[in-house]
Structures are given as structure tokens and as C-alpha cells.
Design a protein around this ligand. Structure first.
Ligand code: AMP
Length: 288
């Protein structure tokens, strides 16, 4: 039996198949209610929950999905060990006001086996793709399939994964999908570290180092902003100045204990970074 859409304080609605998903969502649509969607890979934190809250402001009903998507991991990456905490996640989504949780099996998303069938567009070039070439095709494929199944009016994605947000906006435009993509601001801890499921891999000492990333990015973005203002006001600048700023940021991160910097680069209106501490890869970005 499908619970009435108005039932908000009872046990949360869950769906594991497209049929269950449709029963509830079609019911909402028949009542003229709008639907918001928040796709996640679980191991939820305040960052994810902020997306649910934003979706609740934009739509009458909110669906969140938990699916650790195999096609966005390369064979040497952490698919098997990615944190999975389904019971806790469900309780937190319920508390945040989610109306329906979609928990598909791999077969429900990939009936023909896990493979990327979509190529991400121009926004995917460079940055993450230089280091994880498979990644955005996997993201575009799974998000496209989830969008086709959920058929929401809006979907909310975090600006923490800024390039991903651009890839999804581009995909929706190219495929002419009737869905509004909304970006949500990055949620950070009290030291400015962007919350991430993979932060769970960090030891206490590594956590201290990780907290330097946002500080270095903040300085770099501020210097770049000042440089941009100087250029606009016509002051002469050497063309290698901008590169020198990101090079300095890389050095600073290595000095505080980061093991490897994949990139620190400016694109769109952001300075974006990906860097390793031990076996943990962190990403972050800051508005210029
Ligand atoms: P994930 O479960 O890591 O695939 O993330 C699911 C969604 O949560 C994506 O749209 C992410 O950008 C978003 N997200 C993850 N961490 C944060 C954060 N610290 N602040 C805002 N959004 C986030």
C-alpha cells in the first residue's frame, strides 16, 4: 500500500524498484505536487542534508537516492571500501524531512551490467578528468538514468563537486531534459574543511593537515581576485603571475604534509583543487 503523500511524520517511504518509485511519485504528480531530487552515494553528512533542506524549499516533495555508483570508480579506486551506513543514512534523511528514499540495486540502474553509456560534455575536460578519466562518464550515465527514473522537477547538487555540477548542467541542456539543476553552497566544519564522506578515512593527524586545504585555497582565491582587480584597473601584470600563485599554493600544501597535488587551477569563477593525504583524495574549491 502506498502511504498518502501528506504523511510526513510516519516511517519514511522507501523504494528499491522503479515500480515502487513511480507509484509514489505519480501519486504526487496527480495531486499537482512538485518533486525535488537529491542523488547521493550515502555515508551522509551535513553537506548532503543541506541539499535536502534546499530541495524542500524548491519543491513540495523530496526524493533522495543512495546508490554507490560502480561506473564512476576505476578498478584501483575505493568502490569496495567506500563507507556504507544505510540505516544511519535513512534515519538522517528522514529527520531532514525527506519524503521518499530510493535505494536501487545495481541491476535496477544497470540491467545490462555496469558500464558508462553516456559521454560527459565539454565541462568534463581537464581538472578531474586528467586524473580520473572514467569519472564523469560514470557520473553522467548514472545521473541521467536516475533522472529518467525519478522524473523530478528540480535536482540539487553541491558546489563542493563544482566541475560535476557543470557537467550535469551541460548534460541536462544538451539532452533537453525538463529539470532545473540547483547548486548548493559547500558545507564546512568549524575549521573550514569541506565535509566529505571520504573524510572518514583520515586519521586525527591527517585531519589536521586536511584543514589547511581550505585556508590555502582561500589565500589563493583572494590573491587571484586582487590580481583580477589590478588587471581590470589597467595596472601592468606579468602573464606568469597567475601561475606563480597556484604554484605557491601547491608548495604550501606539500609543506603542511599533503603527499600529492593533482591540481590547483582556476576555472569558471573558482579556484579548484584536488590533493592527496596518504590514501585519501580531497577536493575543494573557493569563489574568486
Ligand atoms: P556524494 O554522496 O559524495 O556523491 O555527494 C552527493 C551530493 O552531495 C553531491 O551533489 C555533492 O556535491 C554534495 N555534497 C557532498 N559534500 C558536500 C558539502 N560538503 N557541501 C555541500 N554539498 C556536498
Amino acid at each position: 500500500m502506498t502511504l498518502p503523500a501528506e504523511k510526513i511524520n510516519g516511517p519514511i517511504l522507501t523504494a528499491t524498484t522503479q515500480t515502487q518509485l513511480r507509484t509514489t511519485i505519480d501519486g504526487w504528480k496527480e495531486q499537482g505536487l512538485t518533486v525535488g531530487f537529491v542523488p547521493t552515494m550515502g555515508a551522509l553528512h551535513e553537506g548532503h542534508l543541506s541539499l535536502v533542506r534546499l530541495a524542500l524549499e524548491k519543491a513540495d516533495r523530496v526524493v533522495a537516492s543512495i546508490f554507490v555508483n560502480p561506473t564512476q570508480f576505476a578498478p584501483h579506486e575505493d568502490f569496495d571500501t567506500y563507507p556504507r551506513e544505510e540505516e544511519k543514512d535513512i534515519a538522517e534523511l528522514e529527520n531532514a524531512g525527506t519524503h521518499l528514499i530510493y535505494l536501487p540495486s545495481a541491476n535496477e540502474i544497470y540491467p545490462d551490467g555496469p558500464a558508462s553509456t553516456l559521454k560527459a560534455g565539454k565541462a568534463a575536460q581537464g581538472l578531474e578528468t586528467d586524473f580520473r578519466p572514467h569519472f564523469f562518464d560514470g557520473v553522467a550515465t548514472v545521473v541521467h538514468r536516475l533522472f529518467e527514473q525519478v522524473k523530478s522537477d528540480v535536482a540539487v547538487f553541491g558546489e563542493k563537486d563544482f566541475q560535476q555540477l557543470q557537467v550535469i548542467k551541460e548534460m541536462v541542456k544538451t539532452k533537453d531534459m525538463p529539470i532545473d539543476i540547483i547548486g548548493a553552497p559547500i558545507v564546512r566544519d568549524e575549521h573550514g574543511l569541506a565535509l566529505a564522506s571520504r573524510n572518514a578515512y583520515l586519521s586525527d593527524a591527517e585531519l589536521q593537515m586536511a584543514r589547511q586545504l581550505n585556508k590555502v585555497l582561500y589565500q589563493t582565491a583572494s590573491s587571484l581576485r586582487a590580481e583580477g582587480e589590478a588587471i581590470q584597473s589597467g595596472l601592468p601584470r606579468r602573464s606568469d603571475d597567475l601561475l606563480a600563485m597556484t604554484d605557491k599554493a601547491k608548495e604550501q600544501l606539500l609543506e603542511v604534509g599533503f603527499d600529492k597535488i593533482d591540481y590547483i587551477e582556476s576555472r569558471w569563477d573558482r579556484t579548484l583543487a584536488a590533493a592527496w593525504i596518504g590514501k585519501t583524495r580531497l577536493i575543494d574549491n573557493m569563489e574568486i
